[in-house]
Design a binder for this molecule. Structure first.
Ligand SMILES: Cc1cc2nc3c(=O)[nH]c(=O)nc-3n(C[C@H](O)[C@H](O)[C@H](O)COP(=O)(O)OP(=O)(O)OC[C@H]3O[C@@H](n4cnc5c(N)ncnc54)[C@H](O)[C@@H]3O)c2cc1C
Length: 400
């Protein structure tokens, strides 16, 4: 029997284990430091698990060499990943933007079928077991877990990254790989909140808009995304914000520009003129009643310098112009991005040039493989990161 050891019982490690155990002449052991496998998986997609995206293409991935992801994504495109899950019994639905979710609406269903897939005579799962050191032993490896020394012929590193630290994101994988001679690129949190001057977001905390957000350096647009924007205690969150957050990491003096009303400026202005006429007696800062949630409408007025206490009918054209600009381009000073604790993914990771994209095997240490977020590949928001975890995990599990 060939002994395969997988360090990490997350998304990519479980996929790798199930694939590797497809051959009965292998015994597969999964080491997981937490008390359960797939703890992070259970929290993904706001508890719904956006497990893949039918539009997973290289352009949705990032890293020093995003092309590295190509072989795994071609070998295990979303359709094949969905076949893998269908074989395990999972029913799925595809929603807007190609996002795929379990039909049950619960991330737990994805985890349940993976756990079922791990229930094979040639797979052993050891939870509460942290791999603390790896040594080369002949052509194989010795892995230290507490007082135990486990032996393996081949080893798959599937330790994930350090994002979502509350759910078990750690830096172990980088250190274990470094002990065998592997380097990594700089790590930073991606798919995370933007911290901004708090005045407006705090007052709008909990309000969501379907809008467009831009990240500006002076007047230069660094990134732009459309979709869900959520106001929080300390800034902006939501899928559109997640998408641009990678471009804000480590930079100073940026501005977030939020467009809450994606309509031509003249149409917005004409509507404001008509509102001034029709509801002249209304308090000025309620002029957007019915056009926006009341807190947002009042905040846009405040941002545009329009306060309560006066009648909407007294607003000047210049004031309505300022309001129309606020509706299309509310600007907030960015003070940074939230850290790894709340980030969904780690940008950066093990240098992909040191691994063979056709097999995920190390070019430095034969018999060593890596997959998932641990590598320097991260995807956009929308199921792309789990798609990478499954595709790279299944490929690593082939043990080519
Ligand atoms: C809140 C949140 C929501 C998300 N939602 C989505 C989503 O909806 N769609 C999407 O595509 N992506 C989502 N992601 C990202 C996605 O979850 C990750 O990219 C994916 O889980 C990475 O898989 P992985 O196997 O590489 O790492 P992980 O799933 O993190 O698994 C790594 C495992 O290794 C274990 N481990 C680490 N070190 C050791 C060690 N020394 N010994 C033993 N075990 C070890 C860890 O405990 C962990 O269980 C989300 C992330 C977060 C944090």
């Amino acid at each position: 029997m060939e002994k395969i050891l997988i360090i990490g019982g997350g998304a990519s490690g479980m996929a790798a284990a199930i694939r590797a155990a497809g051959r009965e002449d292998r015994s597969v052991m999964v080491l997981e430091r937490q008390n359960r496998v797939g703890k992070k998986l259970a929290a993904t997609g706001n508890g719904r698990c956006n497990l893949t995206n039918t539009g997973a293409e290289i352009r949705r991935y990032h890293g020093e060499d995003p092309g590295f992801a190509g072989s795994a994504l071609r070998r295990y495109p979303p359709e094949r990943v969905l076949d893998f899950f269908a074989e395990l019994g999972l029913k799925t639905v595809t929603e807007y933007g190609g996002r795929v979710f379990p039909q049950s609406g619960h991330a737990g269903s994805v985890l349940d079928v993976l756990r079922l897939g791990l229930e094979r005579p040639n797979i052993t799962v050891l939870t509460g077991s942290t791999a603390s050191a790896i040594r080369r032993r002949g052509a194989g490896f010795t892995v230290t877990v507490g007082e135990r020394e486990l032996e393996a012929d081949r080893l798959i590193l599937a330790c994930g990254g350090c994002a979502g630290s509350r759910l078990g994101g750690v830096t172990d994988g980088y250190a274990l790989a470094a002990s065998l001679g592997h380097g990594r690129t700089a790590l930073y949190p991606a798919l995370t909140q933007l911290r901004t001057a708090p005045e407006y977001p705090r007052a709008l905390k909990g309000i969501r808009v379907d809008g467009r957000v831009r990240l500006l350096d002076g007047e230069k647009v660094l990134a732009e995304a459309e979709g869900d924007v959520l106001f929080t205690e300390s800034g902006l969150s939501g899928t559109a914000v997640f998408e641009i957050s990678r471009y804000a990491a480590g930079k100073m003096g940026l501005t977030a520009e939020l467009c809450c009303f994606d309509e031509p400026e003249e149409a917005l202005f004409a509507d404001l003129i008509s509102r001034r006429q029709r509801w002249g007696a209304l308090e000025a800062n309620r002029i957007l009643t019915g056009a926006a949630q009341s807190r947002l409408g009042q905040m846009l007025c405040r941002y545009a310098g329009i306060s309560g206490g006066t009648a909407a009918g007294t607003l000047t054209d210049a004031q309505l112009r300022a309001l129309e600009r606020a509706m299309r381009a509310m600007r907030l000073t960015v003070s940074g991005v939230s850290g790894f604790e709340t980030a969904q993914v780690t940008a950066g990771g093990l240098r992909t040039s040191e691994f063979d994209p056709e097999s995920m095997q190390s070019r430095i240490v034969s018999g060593l493989y890596a997959c998932g977020e641990l590598l320097d590949i991260d995807g956009d928001c929308g199921g792309f990161n789990l798609q990478w975890a499954w595709a790279s995990g299944l490929l690593a599990g082939e043990l080519r």
